[in-house]
Write a protein that binds this ligand. Structure first.
Ligand SMILES: [Mg+2]
Length: 253
């Protein structure tokens, strides 16, 4: 007996075809590694560059800033795991904690947040074929939204989208850091459908994560389309992770 093909794992051309003749009233897309493609760098590298740049602007020791930034990063995610496992950490809260530990205030917290966003932008490029396909769907009258598990606020995500992608068809952006709910725990899909006022079965969601974007979307009765990063992208990331092992060892001490 032949097995039915797994329709959740679609090639990009299949995704584009599905968007050409949309049968759903709402299309949702993940952002990072779906609409916004990261280069081979990893988080620790980008944060090190951001701390170096922010330290110069704030006029403090970059080593102290980097160490504090990582400490509060770990503390924030441990607090989330213990106190609100269905939620997410928020970058601005981490930046405020770092600034307070340095005896500084809101202005310095905002410099750190803004610098981290700027550095991230330098390492992102648009998934132009997907943006074009979403634009065609929007032109055909389908509402397009973005749903992201991230410590960025929706305002940061909109700024990143405008800068990296330029004009785009995404009408609304939902961030787990704002909602206090995530895709990987599942609650975000239920809340976004409620806020959009749309039957979950009328929503199709596109994303690169087999668990957060596919399994959890389906559990919430959304139609999920898996669009994994290409093989070359994954290989680059593996190389990046291998390079980062010494950094991770330092973090564990
Ligand atoms: Mg993603």
């Amino acid at each position: 007996m032949s097995r039915r093909p797994d329709r959740s794992l679609m090639s990009f051309s299949a995704v584009a075809r599905a968007l050409e003749s949309p049968t759903k009233s709402l299309i949702s897309t993940d952002l990072f590694d779906t609409v916004l493609l990261r280069d081979h760098t990893i988080e620790s590298e980008r944060l090190a560059i951001a701390c170096l740049r922010a330290a110069a602007e704030i006029d403090i020791d970059p080593t102290a800033l980097t160490r504090l930034r990582w400490s509060f990063h770990d503390i924030a995610y441990r607090a989330v795991a213990m106190e609100r496992p269905l939620g997410d950490a928020a970058l601005i809260s981490i930046c405020r904690a770092v600034a307070a530990a340095l005896g500084r205030g809101e202005a310095e917290a905002q410099i750190l947040r803004r610098t981290e966003v700027a550095i991230d932008i330098e390492h992102l490029r648009p998934n132009r074929p997907l943006v074009d396909a979403l634009t065609r769907a929007a032109t055909a009258g389908v509402r397009i939204i973005a749903v992201s598990d991230t410590y960025y606020a929706a305002d940061d995500l909109r700024h990143i989208l405008r800068t990296v992608v330029g004009p785009n068809p995404i009408a609304a952006v939902y961030a787990s850091a704002d909602l206090g709910l995530t895709k990987h725990a599942g609650g975000m899909f239920v809340e976004v459908a409620r806020r959009e006022g749309v039957d979950p079965e009328q929503i199709v969601h596109i994303g690169d994560s087999a668990t957060a974007d596919v399994e959890q979307a389906r559990a919430a009765a959304w139609t999920a389309v898996h669009l994994p990063r290409d093989h070359a992208g994954r290989t680059k990331k593996l190389i990046g992770k291998a390079v980062a092992i010494p950094v991770k060892i330092r973090r564990c001490r």
